[in-house]
Design a protein around this ligand. Structure first.
Ligand SMILES: Cc1cc2nc3c(=O)[nH]c(=O)nc-3n(C[C@H](O)[C@H](O)[C@H](O)COP(=O)(O)OP(=O)(O)OC[C@H]3O[C@@H](n4cnc5c(N)ncnc54)[C@H](O)[C@@H]3O)c2cc1C
Length: 440
């Protein structure tokens, strides 16, 4: 049996679940069981894989195990953008074709979410307000926004160019020189969405929470996993553990785990809302994803700040570090919204983003009886969802032209071994941050 060397931890700091009612986790697995299918991980990828299996194999027994609680992994901790467009489009025919495939995959995931939200009445503040892609400096406008707008033209996608003054009227800060608004992005409370998806799984899917896989054995007839107090045997397994996939022996030296920290303010008072004067909730992504700050104004009148991405292969962070980050986030808030200085940050949390060096997902058949949908490259609300669904289709030999689209994105490329990797990633990052320092 291969033992799983490190497990995810839940530091219980997640603000998105913190503002919801207390979650009642499903019982942990306490015995030895068998099933037709095993799905490991209950983020967007695992939940969509399990749901899809439940739908296309209604007579099969599907088990999904989650090390912690639903909504506490990256899927419940992200910034809540269901992004329908690629960040970088590129203008060659090949790049444009790639962008069309990206959009088809992302939009299929958005349609899937909307179907579940409508059918099951999932309350997650889902809204189609689009998103602002904004630049602070003239350099950001010239090097990112103008090329982005040109590429949207080439793709035939609608957008609005918005200058500083108009943007200030819409979002309450004059911090940005300009923005490109695209209408297709959806916003939500991600923890509420993940919980809703978990609560409405088909009847033939059984979810066990607080059930970490601690060892795995590949046998001739299938896969056996040991959990803390039980075991599962299944002929086939779909692995949806994101950046932990290498702990299971897959995608070794191909997954790069980064930490990202977010803060959520308390709800703004009526007077504070008048200062901001926003008519609706909104979401904004920075021209430079590494040095810039993602921001949101939520339906319940809170402000979200997300910045500070850094290489964190161990996927562990200290409270001391988070306290420092919270002070930085408060400065960012005050700088952008000087008219509301009393607004405190109620939550600050860390989440982990799994990237590959070449931006490709970890998707497909990875061994006998094992399929994977991992490494969503920071767009897992859509890519994780569609990846999980298509991994189920692939495993069931279900025809779906999107499988080919997904496969065309390639496989994560190999990176140098540590400690060379650490030096390489950190220096590349430092250079990126320095280049885009005016976007901070
Ligand atoms: C701060 C932040 C902001 C982000 N913003 C966005 C955004 O706005 N839009 C977007 O699309 N993406 C965003 N992302 C990325 C997105 O959150 C991820 O790509 C996505 O959640 C990945 O989904 P997943 O299902 O693949 O993995 P996860 O959500 O990480 O789920 C994997 C699950 O596997 C479980 N697991 C791991 N090991 C084991 C084991 N041994 N046994 C049992 N279970 C195990 C984990 O506990 C976890 O719940 C953001 C990420 C972060 C951290």
């Amino acid at each position: 049996m291969k033992s799983i060397s490190s497990l995810p931890i839940n530091d219980t700091t997640n603000g998105w679940s913190g503002i919801l009612d207390k979650w009642q986790p499903k019982a942990a697995l306490e015995k030895d069981i068998s099933a037709d299918w095993l799905v490991v991980g209950s983020g967007f990828a695992g939940l969509s894989a399990a749901r899809r299996l439940g739908e296309i194999r209604p007579n099969d027994k599907i088990v999904i195990v989650e090390a912690h609680e639903v909504g506490e992994g990256a899927s419940g901790r992200n910034s809540g953008f269901a992004i329908d467009l690629p960040h970088n489009v590129g203008s060659s025919m090949e790049e444009l074709e790639g962008s069309h495939r990206f959009m088809a995959l992302a939009r299929a995931a958005i349609d899937y979410h909307e179907l579940q939200i409508d059918q099951h009445g999932i309350q997650c503040d889902w809204s189609q307000t689009g998103k602002y892609h904004a630049a602070v400096s003239a350099q950001g406008v010239n090097e990112v926004l103008i090329p982005f707008a040109r590429e949207l033209d080439a793709l035939g996608q609608p957008y609005q160019w918005i200058e500083r003054n108009e943007l200030e009227k819409r979002i309450g800060t004059s911090h940005f020189a300009a923005a490109v608004h695209t209408p297709g992005c959806r916003l939500m409370n991600p923890a509420a969405l993940v919980r809703g998806l978990a609560e409405t799984l088909p009847e033939n899917v059984k979810l066990y929470e607080r059930t970490a896989v601690v060892a795995m054995d590949s046998q001739p007839q299938g896969i056996k996993v040991k959990t803390q107090s039980g075991s599962v045997f299944a002929p086939k397994m779909i692995l949806c553990v994101n950046g932990f996939a290498d702990r299971f022996g897959f995608f070794s030296r191909r997954l790069l785990n980064f930490a990202a920290n977010s803060s959520l303010s308390r709800p703004l008072t009526k007077d504070e809302r008048k200062v901001l004067d926003c008519k609706t909730s909104w979401g904004l992504t920075p021209a430079n994803a590494f040095s810039g700050t993602t921001m949101r104004y939520t339906d319940d009148h809170r402000l979200l700040i997300r910045n500070n991405i850094y290489f964190n292969p161990a996927m562990r962070e200290s409270q001391q570090h988070r306290d420092r980050i919270q002070r930085t986030h408060k400065k960012i808030l005050d700088q952008r919204f000087p008219g509301i200085p009393e607004v405190d940050l109620e939550f600050t949390w860390t989440g982990y983003i799994c990237l590959s060096e070449n931006g490709s997902p970890g998707f497909g058949k990875v061994a006998d009886n094992v399929y994977a949908a991992v490494c969503q490259n920071a767009v897992g609300v859509t890519k994780g969802t569609i990846g999980g669904m298509l991994a189920a289709d692939l495993a069931c030999k279900q025809d779906n032209e999107l499988i080919g689209y997904m496969e065309s994105l390639g496989q994560p490329s190999k990176v140098p071994p540590r400690p060379f990797l650490d030096v390489g990633v950190r220096s590349k990052f430092a250079w990126e941050l320095w280049k885009a320092r005016n976007e901070a």
